[in-house]
Ligand binder design. Sequence first.
Ligand SMILES: [Zn+2]
Length: 359
Amino acid sequence: MPKDRYYDGLTATAHRVTVTPLGGTLIIATDENPQLAHWQTADMRVIDDNKVTGAINFGRVSDPAPRLVLHDSPARTTLLANTPHLKEWKSRAAKRGWSVGLAWTLAGLVIATGFYFAWRDGSAYLARFVPKTWEQKLGAHIYAALNKNLTICRTPAGNTALRKLVDRLAPPELQRDATKQQDGITVDVVDIKLPNAFALPGDHIMVTSGLIDLATSPDMVSGVVAHEIGHLDLRHPTQSAISNLGISATVSIILGGSSVGDIATLLTVMSYSRKMEHEADIRGLELLKAAGLRADGMAEFFKVMKDKFDKDADSIIPDWLQSHPGLKDRADYTKAEATGTTAMTDAEWQSLKDVCKVK
Ligand SMILES: [Zn+2]
């Protein structure tokens, strides 16, 4: 029985839940309902904590009624680590031994930073030697766990349109090729309101319905998809697994070790560094140009995202966007001529827009 609890604010029922933080969205699940609620982490606030149990009570800014009580767990650690405004509250609460602790913290930081940079560059080097079959196993675990908690939208026409786009953009090493036993890239649309996209190990891409809703042209979607293929082409998921989980944990997960079930830990694999985001933008632009597709959609998409968060005074910029290179910078350095073919026909674009609307 999960220890964490969710109160919907309407009834007194305490739902026993498990939570999964996924790129700015917190998926709240019970055994009976794997999608009880989706909370945007930027919308979350800390109400207080329980000094005895160590549990933290969370609420939402936009709707103060529901409550979420989370005990210490890998999922909560990941949530706090990826959500600076929640983490700050926690560090304010822990003031003890501050001045003595500070010297040690600084000393530790100097050493850790040195290791971290050496380790991060090392992981880029190591990733090149990790066999593709290992990465596929790691990806299969993540995919299976996410599949349980997410609605994947499927319509024949919508999926075909997206599939065709991916096939056009993918470099030869990532193409489907039965003779070389290459499965190619799989792509899904998941029903999540927050605009986002993910590159999972094992050459999976997920695009949220929120992103497709926000995009005003298929070229914006192709810009985002090209960016995600850029991550895959540069082996970023494996690099990130090695630098965030360490080699031994990565290997034990791949070999089916005990920590496999912990999806929150697995998802840290997908937190990419600023450097990786920049590399994926540049690689994505190259892929768009190589495919003869219009490459101006990527910069357009960053602009639309920036406008959305600038204009809407109530909306807080999601933390996952703050940790990326700034949206304005990205819109500037990805600016490209509007030459080339548009990514989809009108009919294909409409079918992709409708992919989550048909139930
Ligand atoms: Zn990215």
